[in-house]
Design a protein around this ligand. Structure first.
Ligand SMILES: *Cc1c(COP(=O)(O)O)cnc(C)c1O
Length: 402
């Protein structure tokens, strides 16, 4: 019999009653170190006092008015996002997939508005993930998400990861732009080289194409810069963000330059809830902290500390861990055992992490993590390596005895 909740997730038999900074607490009081952050969402951990205040203060005054009226929180958040980035304008959404839908529509509309409606194809990369709507599963191009849902939305052409020659060959008279996550999240914490992003920027400039970034997961401080593309010293034309910008409240946004947004006019796009006062209060609260003095310095410092300590664990446990990769506090561990087993073993140590493609275990600590919490995570990861090593030895000696 089907469960009352549509069974689209293989869930752990685990639930939580409250959160406290980097920890989640079960009803029986067991504490888990949350280094998955609700998949890179809870950037300020759980129940951050400032976010709680922003949300409850707004909740007691006004929840929703619709976009038929001005929403002061939107004006404030859009102003701050445009001041802090390449963008001149912002559309607010409730999720990452919607932010990417808006980005994709905008890229197509740009060329239509410039008299070239035939240019609607976006070049994307193997391993990409852009969401679960019909257009974004087509953009991601992953068979397991497309299968059974009818014809894929047209207008996406996928090339191998990091293959500049393949991008060049894929360009034709229908190309509207290039869509890329500077660091692939679901794909397995795969970091594109700064030189590759620079080359894509140059290619776009040369051919009049739009560079569209998906920073839904790697954005808002995760890599130690406000946005991951800053490491490459480039700017996009359009960028979708979500996850951390809401700190746990559903919020996304599509940011764009004035030129890229030229086709979007009254009636072009909309959302009933997008930019709702509650979401705006929280989004502004997140920026109060993330844009504060020293915040990103701490992300970089903690990221460096964590990756150094993980590199040492990899050296000592090379039989269990094959590779450590990532940027800032967006780190991937590639174990030699199935990543699902590794995540389950971490859970047994009361630490949460998230699986990803290429057998990777994603470590996505809250951006407010302290050295003490990093150390605790490292101890738990090392304990997991020891149990797998012991299992391997046992299996090896059992094999030898046969
Ligand atoms: C999570 C994610 C999305 C989709 O976001 P939703 O809020 O789940 O719709 C899109 N792109 C990337 C890179 C993501 O990590």
């Amino acid at each position: 019999m089907i469960t009352p909740i549509l069974p689209t997730y293989a869930r752990f038999d685990l639930s939580f009653e409250k959160g406290d900074g980097a920890y989640l607490v079960t009803a029986s009081g067991e504490r888990y170190l949350d280094f998955g952050s609700g998949i890179a969402v809870n950037c300020l951990g759980h129940a951050h006092p400032h976010l709680v205040e922003c949300l409850t203060d707004q909740a007691s005054r006004l929840w929703h008015t619709s976009n038929l009226y001005n929403i002061p929180g939107q004006q404030k958040l859009a102003q701050r996002l445009t001041e802090a980035t390449f963008a001149d304008t912002v559309f607010f959404t409730n999720s990452g997939a919607e932010a990417m839908e808006c980005s994709i529509k905008m890229a197509r509309k740009y060329h239509a508005a410039n008299g070239q409606p035939e240019r609607y194809t976006l070049i994307t990369f193997e391993g990409a993930f852009h969401g679960r709507t019909l257009a974004t599963i087509a953009a991601g191009g992953q068979e397991k998400y497309l299968e059974g849902f009818g014809p894929a939305v047209e207008g996406f052409k996928q090339v191998p990861f990091g293959d500049l020659e393949a991008v060049r060959e894929a360009l034709d008279e229908t190309t509207a732009g290039i869509l890329i996550e500077p660091v692939q999240g679901e794909g397995g914490i795969r970091v594109f080289e700064p030189s590759f992003l620079k080359a894509l920027r140059a290619l776009c400039d040369e051919h009049g194409l739009l560079l569209v970034l998906d920073e839904v997961q790697c954005g808002v401080g995760r890599t130690g810069k406000l946005f991951a593309h800053e490491w490459a010293g480039i700017t996009p034309d359009i960028m979708g963000i979500a996850k951390a910008i809401g700190g746990g409240f559903p919020l996304g946004a599509c940011l764009a330059t004035e030129d890229a947004a030229c086709g979007m006019v009254a009636g072009s796009h909309g959302s009933t809830y997008g930019g709702n006062p509650l979401a705006m209060a929280v989004g502004n609260g997140v920026l109060d902290i993330v844009l504060g003095d020293g915040f990103l310095d701490n992300v970089r410092a903690m990221g460096l500390l964590l990756s150094q300590k993980l590199a040492r664990i990899k050296d000592e446990h090379g039989d269990v861990i094959e590779e450590i990769r990532g940027e800032g506090l967006m780190i991937g561990i590639r174990p030699r055992v199935p990543n699902t087993d590794f995540v389950a073993a971490l859970k047994d140590q009361h630490m949460l992490a998230v699986g990803a493609g290429e057998n990777v275990v994603r470590i996505l600590p809250p951006l407010i993590s302290t050295e003490k919490e990093i150390d605790e995570a490292v101890e738990k990861i090392e304990a997991v390596c020891r149990t797998f090593r012991a299992d391997m030895k046992q299996a090896a000696s059992a094999g030898a005895a046969e």
